[in-house]
Ligand binder design. Structure first.
Ligand code: GLU
Length: 279
């Protein structure tokens, strides 16, 4: 049985691209499968309750019903802390005290300017701190994130793969994002760790999401291996493109589902619009 999900973050109103993404999941679950809705609200600075409420309203309006309640990540911070603790016990994560400015300065000063498909690659500054130094800085209340020691993690995990719909087997490049953040300074978890934990916990067999997250899957597959979680299959769908051939822009407010609804469009028309814009 296919168990898939739509996992929006309540940082703004849903737009046509979100409707397309949700529909991709809903369709894959339609023959006896399950389609779940998860609200990914770990970012305290950007998530708003009114956007959370709007997600439920928009999904209901579109007729994209979901199975068995809604999981909200912000209600499970203790679970994520425990998962991070498991990685810490294995020496696979370390506290990072760097500010973004410091990281950028360090990268600018080095001959190589490592940038991957997931953005800048952390130069590893805090990886070399001694245990005593880490403990002293944490005890002194210094704000810190937690990063994956990806070199160690990759060596421990060995070669990994995932199954991608329409593409077959993809070999994991675990180093693609460098020492990624697994717990943020402003939240006890990051997107990567929360999504991997929740997909496993919710028994997701097929992760349906936009192709902009394709590269993140290298990290997710690695985390699954480290945590002993089963690997789901993946379907990274194409993103919507406008008539100019450019990727549909979130900033086009007239294409929020709320605006389309207010303009008198029916759910069927909205879905047809998304179909027409699918790349
Ligand atoms: N919460 C993510 C977003 O809104 C999607 C995560 C996922 O589907 O894995 O972009």
């Amino acid at each position: 049985m296919i168990v898939t999900r739509f996992a929006p973050s309540p940082t703004g109103l849903l737009h046509l691209g979100h409707a397309w993404s949700a529909l991709q999941g809903r369709r894959r679950a339609q023959d006896g499968g399950r389609f779940l809705l998860r609200i990914e609200d770990i970012d305290p600075g950007r998530c708003r309750p009114e956007f959370d409420a709007a997600i439920l309203e928009d999904m209901g309006w579109l007729g994209l019903d979901w199975w068995n309640g809604v999981r909200r990540q912000s209600q499970h911070f203790d679970d994520y802390r425990a998962v991070l603790g498991r990685l810490e016990d294995e020496g696979l994560v370390y506290p990072c005290f760097c500010t973004r400015k410091q990281i950028e300065a360090e990268i600018a000063a080095s001959a190589a300017a490592p940038h991957g498909p997931l953005g800048l690659i952390y130069p590893g500054t805090c990886r070399t701190h001694t245990r005593a130094e880490r403990q002293a800085r944490i005890a002194a209340g210094e704000n810190h994130a937690w990063r994956l020691d990806v070199g160690r993690a990759a060596a421990l995990a060995g070669p990994l793969y995932w199954r991608e719909e329409g593409k077959g087997t993809i070999a994991v490049d675990p180093l693609i994002g460098g020492d990624v953040v697994l717990a943020r300074k402003d939240a006890p978890v990051s997107y990567h760790l929360a999504v991997v934990h929740d997909d496993a916990l919710q028994g997701i067999t097929l992760v349906t999401r936009g192709e902009d997250l394709f590269h993140a899957t290298h990290i997710h597959r690695l985390l699954q291996a480290l945590l002993g979680y089963a690997a789901p299959d993946y379907a990274h769908h194409g993103l919507l493109v406008g008539p100019d051939g450019k990727r549909f822009a979130k900033r086009d407010r007239s294409l929020t589902l709320a605006a389309l609804r207010e303009a008198g469009r029916t759910p069927g028309e909205v879905i047809a619009m998304a179909e027409a814009m699918a790349g």
